[in-house]
Ligand binder design. Structure first.
Ligand code: EZ4
Ligand code: CO
Length: 403
């Protein structure tokens, strides 16, 4: 028995807000778990501090599965992003501890490596197509094998995925939600143009991705998928919302453009139908928002038998702890597809000292014991929490739509 003697929640804002759980055992071994839920950070911090931490003290740090079941079944109230992010943080921290005790990088405990590294895609954005493609060229020159393209939409002041002049893109940009305006008509006219020019300029040796960010109806998404077929996308992401998983049936009937969805999913139940009916090609559920390594492995195992591969969410609101956990998961599972990687701010990487590294289009989790991330608590304390919301989105007539 390796007793848990303390567990504390650290909220810090080095560049953006992060919530981290640190668990300590009687042997002095510590583990980290990410609990960041962008725009709702303190709800998860409270869920951990007020409800999970009191039950953690005295438990055996080695009983990962039992602890997962204890918090999932034991809550009675099942699922939801707050609950599942909190459980995920506990799960990640316990895997970190177990791997440190074993003296092995975490992927060794997950079955060892199935591949050398995790192919990543990064984001090329710009207000114009030219600007977007220039950025893509820069990334391709750095060895990236896959790039996500997002471009400004003529006639719309701002859109998802495109940063403010000179600043790295982070949508959680305001202490009261910013308001964006949206037109599917204008957007649908602009995207095929972006990918047509992209193939002309970038050629065919690079994987190209695009994120619709839940804004279309199923029939609009079907049309877009069809129009993008000549440009052979790696995937079209979040074409529609997926509360109704059957939405994807309609899209699937009309297009062979590969489909990805799931960054907002928090459990296997959010994607059971999507996977079993083979309505998607990539599942984007993440370690932090979908119940930790323990639960994400279950989702990946289900996906594997239906030829669905993984493509974990990896935006900057997932802390380096999550990114490390994702990489250990990515290199170990049989049905890995791709990993998203938006670079963290330098100051984030100073607070979270990480061992994962980039080389030739892939990330490598590192060979040290555990997850391979240490949190500099003294430095973290210098960056206090700052309320920051994700934006809301309105149609041009003022009605609220999906951001
Ligand atoms: O909007 O992580 O694919 N990546 C994304 C992200 C999400 C943010 C929300 O916090 O869609 O940019
Ligand atoms: Co997305």
């Amino acid at each position: 028995m390796l007793k848990i003697v303390s567990a504390k929640v650290i909220v810090t804002c080095p560049g953006r807000n992060f919530v981290t759980l640190k668990i300590e055992t009687s042997d002095g071994v510590t583990g980290l778990g990410d609990a960041t839920l962008s725009g709702r950070e303190l709800a998860v911090a409270s869920y951990l501090t007020d409800h999970l931490v009191p039950c953690l003290i005295g438990r055996d740090a080695h009983t990962i599965e039992d602890t997962w079941q204890y918090f999932y079944r034991g809550a009675y109230w099942r699922r939801g992003p707050v609950t599942m992010s909190a459980i995920a943080a506990v799960d990640m921290a316990l895997w970190d501890i177990k791997a440190k005790v074993a003296g092995l990088p975490l992927y060794q405990l997950l079955g060892g490596k199935s591949r050398d590294g995790a192919m990543v895609y990064t984001h090329a954005n710009g207000n114009t197509i030219e600007e977007t493609l220039e950025k893509a060229q820069k990334y391709i020159a750095e060895g990236y094998k896959a790039v996500r393209l997002q471009s400004g939409v003529p006639g719309l002041k701002a859109t998802y995925g495109v940063g403010k002049a000179g600043k790295p893109y982070d949508p959680a940009d305001s202490d009261i939600p910013s308001e964006y305006s949206w037109s599917s008509e204008k957007y649908l006219r602009s995207v095929p143009e972006l990918f047509k020019k992209a193939r002309d300029v970038l050629g065919w040796d690079v994987h190209l991705l695009h994120d619709v960010h839940h804004r279309l109806t199923p029939i609009e998404a079907a049309r877009l998928g069809k129009e993008l077929e000549p440009y052979r996308l790696f995937w079209l992401e979040d074409a529609v919302t997926a509360e109704n998983q059957a939405n994807f049936r309609l899209i699937r009937q009309h297009t062979v453009t590969p489909l990805a969805v799931g960054e907002v999913f928090n459990s296997i139940w959010d994607c059971k139908q999507l996977i079993e009916e083979q309505l998607i090609d990539y599942i984007r559920a993440t370690v932090v928002h979908a119940g930790g390594i323990t639960h994400l492995r279950r989702i990946a195992a289900l996906a594997d038998i239906y030829n669905v591969r993984t493509g974990c969410h990896g935006a900057t609101d997932l802390s380096p702890v999550s990114m490390a956990a994702a990489l250990h998961f990515d290199v170990s599972i049989p049905n890995f597809g791709i990993q998203e990687w938006m670079h963290h701010a330098e100051v984030t990487d100073e607070v979270f000292r990480r061992t994962y590294s980039y080389k030739d289009g892939a990330l490598h989790p590192g060979e040290g014991p555990g997850l391979g991330v240490e949190l500099d608590e003294a430095l973290a304390a210098k960056y206090p929490y700052k309320r920051a919301y994700l934006p809301v989105n309105r149609l041009e007539d003022g009605s609220l739509t999906n951001w």
